[in-house]
Design a protein around this ligand. Structure first.
Ligand code: GRG
Length: 306
């Protein structure tokens, strides 16, 4: 392992610990009445996971020369939003999955009703954390950040991407128009996955007080990394097993999902990842912070094996 990679791993581990502690301290305690929902919320959130979205927000804030420790609560809120989407996506009415982050899914343990309500509560809790006053941050700047996060996950963002994903199941059995399929696939991946990742990077930049030029670079970086992340996720679904992934593998093909490997093949999908990584590295370089981990994180995400 190179010195740079070791440094990144240490840095990510430190930040991840800070995120874990922030989540553990700020989530309602398990015995808060009614305890069933608080147990379900903590069960799903405190189950590990890469904590990618808060890590990206932290790295973006630092690249914009701010101390990310000031923003750990709003950054950890991204993980609540992400976990709500996983809990709801795993429900029988959606993906019907029984394994997540290496454990039985929330509805398997707590039942469908509590899993639905726990997802709702995590989303609500997230906006409470995002709107807590932060010393030294102009509330107008904070409002802008909250708007960026909410529009990224609304019915024209993450939820819209999920709806398009549902509608596209088995689409390759109905259509051979490659241009149309590619457009649909880009819409799904951009909205379902890349929008929240982009919003995470922007949240870091906005709270750090970055100027418009840096915010534009962060947005381009987030879009490239977000799309690359989902293509890698598609590839891992084909290439890895459930033990490595901590979730069911091989599901996309079984469900007739529209994915990059299914549409263009594994090799071309890897080339797409390489092109997006090059774009992410170029835009991250334009931020010019004196401690900029965004390029190293982009490489790490594109090379990941789980
Ligand atoms: C609102 C129900 C609903 C869904 C929105 C985000 C989403 C759409 C569904 C969740 C399932 C899914 C396949 C999402 C795509 C993004 C993705 C690859 C999620 C997995 O994220 P990781 O790898 O997970 O960061 P960990 O467990 O590491 O946090």
């Amino acid at each position: 392992m190179t010195a740079v990679a070791l440094d990144l791993n240490e840095q990510l581990a430190t930040w991840r610990n800070q995120v874990e502690q922030t989540l553990a301290r700020n989530l309602p305690a398990e015995d808060t009445p009614p305890s069933m929902i608080h147990r379900a919320m903590r069960y799903s959130v405190m189950a590990g996971g890469k904590r990618l979205r808060p890590l990206l927000a932290i790295a973006a804030a630092e690249a914009c020369d701010a101390d990310p420790a000031r923003f750990l609560v709003p950054f950890a809120a991204l993980e609540l939003i992400h976990t709500y989407s996983l809990v709801h996506d795993d429900l029988p009415a959606l993906d019907n999955d029984e394994l997540r982050r290496g454990r039985p899914t929330a509805h398997v343990v707590f039942g469908d009703a509590i899993a639905i309500l726990a997802g709702d509560a995590l989303l609500t809790e997230a906006f409470s954390w995002l709107s807590r006053p932060i010393d030294g941050v102009d509330p107008r700047r904070q409002l802008r950040a909250i708007e960026v996060v909410s529009t990224a996950i609304d019915s024209k963002g993450m939820i819209g991407g999920q709806v398009a994903d549902l509608e596209a199941e088995r689409i390759m059995e109905r259509s051979r128009d490659e241009t149309e399929l590619r457009k649909t696939l880009e819409f799904i991946h951009t909205n379902k996955t890349a929008r929240l990742i982009t919003a995470s990077v922007l949240l870091g930049g906005i709270l750090a007080g970055a100027d418009e030029e840096r915010l534009r670079s962060l947005e381009e970086y987030g879009s490239a990394v977000g799309l690359a992340f989902q293509i890698v996720d598609d590839l891992l679904d084909v290439e890895q097993d459930a033990t490595t992934l901590g979730k069911t593998a091989g599901k996309d093909e079984a469900q007739g999902k529209l994915t990059y490997p299914a549409l263009v093949g594994r090799e071309a999908a890897r080339h797409e990842v390489d092109a997006l990584l090059a774009k992410a590295l170029a835009t991250a370089g334009m931020i010019r912070g004196h401690r900029n981990y965004l390029p190293a994180i982009a490489r790490f995400l594109c090379d990941r094996r789980a």
